[in-house]
Design a protein around this ligand. Structure first.
Ligand code: AMP
Length: 468
């Protein structure tokens, strides 16, 4: 299968050649033809599968054709009209932007990533403009962006609702609605916002929903907002992360954990790494400590201003930052191919987050390493992750860094629920490898799994990372 065979517009094909893409990924090969026919889609696929291009390429194709069919130059932008009105002596007023496509994302980082990808895929098209509407960005700057009447809006739900309510955006001309990482948006409590936004769009729209899972609440919502959708399931290997070598190291205490982390960060095969912490404060403290130890480290979390977050991510992309120390929400959507290692300094609150975290490495078909530093009291949480991913995570011990307490109890009795031998391709504990099945003891440190409602960022309320 080639991109040419998908029948994409030449300007899109040129951009793909420029990007170095030689053939469509599985989700692209399945989604693009149906999307080009105008069908609604319900797609279960992970970040890293090439899902952005799966919805953006057909949309750009459509806009390229529409722009060819327009012989006359595009009409005046709302702002130009406002200026003409001013020169006629009319009362100036801001005219609402009328986008043709809306992509909703759970986080600012993902929104920026989608906007950047759109710029890349649309780089040979003259008329298409994509802008991000995000919390944390100054309102006047967003008003300027909206005044250009962009064809494509990529937005986080909270800030978008603000602009809708103040009459700055009119969705009556919307043709395509995309919900990216829909399950995360629901997890983060955006269901009411999403329904409000969907209700403001025309019934005639094409709807494409992408999610790690199509089960439960997200599946029900997907069915409500799509019409006769093509259902595509890609999750399989991406969820299993077969290209990522996972392991657990047991630690006795924080000092042991810090020493081990420093040692692992000096691994010669490591290019760049993300270290996940449970709290924003830990992210700052550990980044400072690693800097003092000589690593080019930086923190990334929801208490930082958007400008600082962007600068840190740019530093990561340019390779100036080697070790990013991040909380879950801040790190969602990060797509830096040189990230070879992910470290769970603290285990995530939810097993699904483990899958998202380790997916920061092994991007676009590369290999990656994911290491969890765990105290013995957290064995049960490791098991929950294993049950969720249906994979065993081998326990590793490094000479000189052995935990005082042995983790050698056989694991045969600890077969995770639902897990079947043979499901764990490549990640099973090897014969002779140390395994564990200690019962959970009272916790001393680190985060246990939280069964309560999610918050937007660890250690804060839903909006604490300033989505508006
Ligand atoms: P996504 O799942 O959209 O976040 O994409 C993951 C990564 O795969 C991004 O770095 C994309 O640039 C890259 N990518 C997407 N489609 C292709 C393709 N067909 N060939 C090679 N890389 C791709």
């Amino acid at each position: 299968m080639t991109f040419e065979a998908l029948g994409l517009h030449t300007s899109v094909l040129k951009a793909l050649t420029e990007a170095g893409y030689t053939k469509p990924t599985s989700v692209q090969a399945q989604a693009v033809p149906a999307a080009l026919e105008g069908r609604d889609l319900m797609v279960s696929s992970q970040t890293g599968s090439g899902k952005t291009a799966a919805f953006m390429l057909p949309a750009l194709h459509k806009f390229a054709l529409a722009s060819e069919q327009q012989d006359a130059p595009l009409g005046k932008t709302p702002n130009q009209e406002a200026q003409s009105a001013r020169s006629r002596g009319d009362r100036p007023r801001f005219k609402a932007a009328q986008p043709k496509m809306l992509v909703l994302t759970p986080t600012r980082e993902l929104a920026l990533q989608v906007t950047n990808a759109t710029d890349k895929y649309g780089s040979f098209m003259k008329r298409v403009k994509a802008v991000s509407i995000l919390g944390g960005m100054p309102y006047p700057k967003q008003m300027q962006l909206l005044a250009k009447n962009p064809e494509i809006l990529v937005a986080t739900p909270g800030r978008l609702i603000d602009h809708m309510e103040s009459g700055k955006i009119d969705f009556s001309q919307l043709e395509i609605l995309v919900l990216d990482e829909a399950d995360r948006m629901l997890d983060m409590g955006f269901i009411d916002d999403i329904e409000k936004i969907v209700d403001a769009t025309p019934e005639t729209r094409q709807t494409m929903l992408f999610s790690a899972t199509l089960d439960g609440v997200v599946g029900n919502m997907a069915k409500r907002i799509t019409k006769n959708p093509l259902v595509i399931q890609i999750a399989g290997s991406a969820t299993k992360h077969e290209n990522i070598s996972q392991r657990v190291h047991f630690v006795d205490d924080l000092s042991h954990k810090n020493r081990l982390l420093d040692h692992l960060l000096r691994d010669e095969t490591m290019d760049q790494a993300v270290v996940f912490t449970a709290t924003k404060r830990d992210a700052d403290t550990i980044a400072d400590r690693l800097n003092i130890a000589g690593f080019a480290a930086a923190a990334l979390h929801g208490d930082m201003h958007q400008g600082a977050r962007n600068r840190t991510l740019d530093g990561m992309r340019r390779g100036q930052v080697r070790v990013l120390v991040a909380t879950d929400v801040a790190a969602r959507g990060i797509d830096v191919p040189a990230i070879t290692h992910v470290f769970n300094y603290d285990l995530p609150k939810f097993p699904e987050d483990y899958v998202h975290r380790i997916g920061r490495t092994g991007r676009a078909g590369r290999n990656g390493v994911a290491v969890s530093l765990v105290n013995h009291a957290e064995s049960m949480n490791v098991k929950r992750i294993e049950r969720f991913t249906k994979q065993l995570i081998p326990v590793d011990v490094i000479e000189g860094f052995e935990p005082k307490r042995s983790a050698s109890t056989a694991r045969s009795s600890a077969k995770p629920g639902g897990w079947k031998p043979g499901d764990n391709r490549g990640n099973a504990a090897k014969p002779g490898q140390r395994t564990f099945s200690k019962p959970a003891a009272p916790r001393k440190e680190g985060g246990g799994f939280n069964k309560g409602p999610r918050t937007g960022d660890t250690g804060g309320a839903r909006r604490s990372y300033g989505d508006r």
